[in-house]
Write a protein that binds this ligand. Sequence first.
Ligand code: NAD
Ligand code: IPM
Ligand code: MN
Length: 355
Amino acid sequence: MRITAIPGDGIGPEVMREALRVLSFFGGRELKVDVAHAGRTAHDASGHVLPEITERLVLDSDAVLLGAIGDNRPGDYEDGLRPETALLALRKSMGCSINLRPILCTAQPLGSRYGYAAGSDILIVRELNGCAYYGRPRGTRLVHAPSAIVPEGFDTMRYSDAEVRRVARFALEAARHRRGMVLSVDKANVLSTSRLWRDSVASTACEYTDVHLEHCYVDSASVEIMTRPHDYDVVLTGNLFGDILSDQLSMLPGSLGMLPSAAVGHNGRGLYEPVHGSAPSIAGLGVACPIAAILSLAMLLRHALGWHAEAAIVDAAVERVARALPEQGVPYGKASSASTSEVGDAVMAELRYMS
Ligand code: NAD
Ligand code: IPM
Ligand code: MN
């Protein structure tokens, strides 16, 4: 088994260090870990946000664990210059069209502001290879306004029936193994892509009479799910809405620093990464919460390697640590006042205690 670890930018290397410590706890098995670079760090070193060597390692590996990518500089308009284009290219070339983002509120820090969410368990199933993220044409151009030539930017939001059915089927199957409910989120009152989305989801669901399907507009869904999280099970949505909803719902367990994700697809290779980004304002301070990265590793162990017992131990260790995290310092993004390595130490101690 081969894993490629891409630490990336900002807090990426800091949280990756803790995730790799956890991985080393399960050492002594047939596992090869290569470290590769992408994003701003790679661009500064090699002139490319996604160097060829990284692409090759990724395609040769069974799974990829990624820290975070992103450190934009003014004027980085061109696709090849922005660090995020490396991430988008990886998701596409790996065929990772389905993004699983579990929002599990068992491990809520003590006294979290959203205490009412305790016990809720939502799985966001986000389409990851389409929408306005990849649609063509896109770009900037000069246009003639009445009295001047002015610049404008444009993107294309696009979904095909086949793309929607693929992710819908995945969400419906997932619901079958959970509580049997899917909420499909769109903006069908305004967008053509969303009207197609709604029709394609509904007709795919005809084969799943045991699953209860509802549709909701994204603006309304953002309030409904936050206020009644226990009423929801699988939340199925497109690339753009899924991006926004997942940051918002990270408030339920208490912090963006605690949300893992898995991007999976048709060729069996997955990309495992925290939902959060490179958090430039706290990079280098040693205060980033590594829980999202450690839980992403647990998803990798479970889905890519089939190490179910090991993944369950990591989940349980993190849950015990998260329960003990003090409430002060749970503003947006922060998980606790503990440092990155202190949280990592606590997880390692729990792993040793439980094994
Ligand atoms: P961000 O997720 O990096 O940060 C949002 C807020 O959450 C900030 O206050 C940050 O300090 C905090 N935060 C994030 N992760 C944290 C952690 N583990 N522990 C404690 N606090 C944490 O979002 P942003 O500031 O909008 O984006 C910064 C850069 O990251 C951008 O370039 C963006 O494109 C990129 N990004 C990358 C990924 C990825 O690599 N998967 C995901 C999201 C954003
Ligand atoms: C995420 C991020 C990415 C996205 C960016 C960095 C391209 O926000 O994974 O949530 O929008 O998908
Ligand atoms: Mn995001």
